[in-house]
Design a protein around this ligand. Sequence first.
Ligand SMILES: *Cc1c(COP(=O)(O)O)cnc(C)c1O
Length: 346
Amino acid sequence: MQNRFIDLYSDTKSKPTPGMRKAMAEAEVGDEQKFEDPTVNRLRETVCTLLGKEDAVFLPSGTMCNQIAIRVHCRPGEEIICDKQAHIITSEGGGPGANSGVVFHPLDGPRGTFSGAMVDAAVKDPANRYAPRSRLVEVEQTSNRGGGAVWQLAAIEDVAAAARRHGLALHMDGARLPNACVASGVAAASFAAPCDTLWLDFTKGLGAPVGAILAGPKDFIHEAWRVKQQLGGSMRQSGIIAAGALHALAHHWDRLAEDHDNARRLAAGLAEIKGIGLDPAGIETNIIYFNVTKPGWTAPRLMQAMKAENVGIGAFSQSMIRVVTHLDITREDIDAALAAFRRALA
Ligand SMILES: *Cc1c(COP(=O)(O)O)cnc(C)c1O
């Protein structure tokens, strides 16, 4: 068993570094919702430049970014076209239905991605009053349930062109956009350009404790502020947490390459263990899904066995496990975790 708990459950498990805590402690602050917090304002400007968008609104979570974006883009009874396992479908508590009254047209493409032709086929005839009105297309960069798969820029442009053909907006859930940028070498602004709106999370690979930011056209962000107010997302001296986000952008972006190296190392090791079904060639960023194939074993059983080894992993179904590398996972942790997997499944 390890001395230290190695938590591979999610990249949300990292703790703020001493440097980040110092930046947060020393942050200049003011009343955010009166635009008087200089640190939040600096974060907004930094992200607008990074993404090439007009304006941005700082929010407590990525989920709230999606919920607000959907509410501003869509009216009740309208439809969102996205992957069948998108976070907005599987993991936001039914928020799009509860908050915006929308329905989904789920697409079944490879690893959480889809094509412009699939969007063309999904869009409803606006003259057909029996069908919901198609309004929004959503892409997830990287695709979480797709195993951290990166949307190629050409694929996003293909989907954006289809959205435009039908007068639909394109929204990107960029929870792990930084991972996609580092893995592909494509600039964040290039991925953002075909999208009307997008957001990125500071609490995933970037390693900040709180916060996400939603960016888009000025009039869109103006409306987003109204919904932020309605949902109770307007904050006060949030420069304290915005300072963590700024520190993360400056210091934790390029280092995501280490997480990707660690994920590849972990996947290669896991693929060699009897009782695990995994193709390591599919690992593009920091997320690994694999199947428990040992006779008589289930994913929850392996999760328990690994907990006894002091390693945290996530059972996502009866057979499927997810592990994620992040800021607090070293190369030595990867080797220790692999040794623990070998013992557990011996
Ligand atoms: C984590 C995640 C979210 C939600 O972000 P929170 O900050 O946890 O609310 C949305 N989409 C994807 C793809 C995610 O992985």
